[in-house]
Ligand binder design. Structure first.
Ligand code: PMP
Length: 393
């Protein structure tokens, strides 16, 4: 059996039509398959590789840390300099009250931790989340996921969950003094890039403050520069009580985090102690990688060009078959007539060396979320292939 057949046979499959490309190398904006074919990456491993694949300083940081030490003991016992210095660097670039970082293994674990933290801090039973939101696949994160089709197969899920409508003022009335937290993506990603209206997200912030519910902003997908500011919430002019991060946080290695004030985080410390436990969360090699990626993001000034790069996409993505493009920076949803049209377009793009896909809750939209290092020439090349694909239909 070849590797592809072994993959289908022995690696668990959660879709009946996996892409099953065998990639042997990736660098910067590109990946290469086992036949040497090159792919321009428009999805960055779902918003992970913001500084490009295998950024040299990330690779170097991994190698150096792996030679120093790898796993030592469960999270929180030893002073491990990669964790400490990354937590310091992150909090230096966040509002003053977001000054305490709990590192996790993944985005979903960050969301789980944030939900638990809100329950402990407020002593309240309910969590509110939004329709069309995605926060992860574990049972707590699945309970708040905003799509009944995906939730229903796993009931019973967590009790006390309210689902609200994003960008809907009336929905905010459901936030009460029983609500421990409201969790929202700063930009809804899997819903097909839904941007909150400014007045609405301010009303959400105010309602949380008035009722004493914590506002958790999930920037697992949109954080770390993708929308054209380091944090998406900066564009809305509000601040969360708790921030969840993941994906690009590890620079290509698995790392998530929930971040709050020291005062809020303190509620995980006593009665019972060990409010959240993780063996590998904040792994030193992953923190070293994440910190190197974060430094590259800053030193190469990558965030500042994101909006202009997004504009170039918009300029070249002109085709009668494109119904709409929703975007903020380099997070874009290109809306087509139907899933069938989208799928054919994506297949053509992949066959012609441009890697893209669709969204979980917007199957008629093509995802464009490339590494932030994409150049103008690469954007034009990608748009040319997409428009050619649409011409073929
Ligand atoms: N939150 C958001 C907004 C996400 O997009 C995702 C992943 N797509 C998650 C949480 C969960 O992250 P992970 O897959 O690392 O568990």
């Amino acid at each position: 059996m070849n590797n592809r057949q072994l993959f289908l046979q022995h690696v668990a499959q959660t879709t009946d039509a996996p892409l099953a490309l065998e990639i042997v190398k990736a660098a910067g904006m590109y990946m290469w398959d086992a036949d040497g074919k090159q792919y321009l990456d428009l999805i960055a491993g779902i918003s992970v590789c913001n500084v490009g694949h295998c950024h040299p300083s990330v690779v170097q940081a991994i190698q150096e840390q792996a030679q120093q030490y790898m796993h030592l003991l469960v999270y929180g016992e030893f002073v491990q300099s990669p964790q400490v210095s990354y937590a310091k660097l992150l909090t230096d670039h966040l509002p003053d009250h977001l000054n305490c970082v709990y590192f996790t293994n993944s985005g979903a674990e960050a969301v789980e931790g944030a939900m638990k933290l809100a329950k402990r801090y407020t002593g309240r039973p309910e969590i509110a989340a939004f329709n069309r939101s995605y926060h992860g696949s574990t049972q707590g994160a699945l309970s708040i996921l905003g799509d009944e089709y995906f939730r229903n197969a796993y009931r019973p899920l967590l009790p006390g969950i309210q689902h609200l409508e994003y960008n809907n003022f009336e929905s905010l009335e459901l936030i009460t003094e029983n609500t421990a937290a409201v969790i929202a993506e700063s930009v809804q990603a899997e819903g097909g890039v839904i941007i909150p209206q400014r007045e609405w997200i301010h009303a959400l912030r105010n309602k949380c403050t008035a009722t004493g519910a914590l506002l958790i902003l999930d920037e697992v997908q949109c954080g770390l520069g993708r929308n054209g500011t380091l944090w998406a919430f900066q564009q809305h002019g509000i601040e969360p009580d708790v921030l969840t991060l993941g994906k690009a946080l590890g620079g290509g290695m698995p790392l998530g985090a929930f971040i709050s004030s020291k005062e809020i985080m303190w509620s995980l410390t006593n009665a019972p102690i060990l409010g959240h436990i993780t063996t590998f969360g904040g792994h030193p090699v992953n923190c070293a990688a994440g910190k190197a990626a974060f430094q590259a993001l800053l030193e190469e000034n990558l965030v500042k060009d994101v909006k202009a790069k997004g504009e170039i996409f918009l300029q070249y993505l002109k085709h009668p078959r494109i119904k709409a493009v929703r975007s903020l920076g380099l997070m874009m949803a290109v809306q087509l007539e139907s899933f069938e049209v989208n799928k054919k377009t994506i297949d053509y793009c992949i066959a012609n060396g441009v890697l893209t896909d669709w969204f979980l809750f917007a199957s008629d939209c093509m995802r464009i979320a490339p590494p932030l290092v994409i150049t103008e020439a690469q954007i034009i090349e990608a748009c040319k292939v997409i428009c050619e694909a649409l011409d073929q239909l």
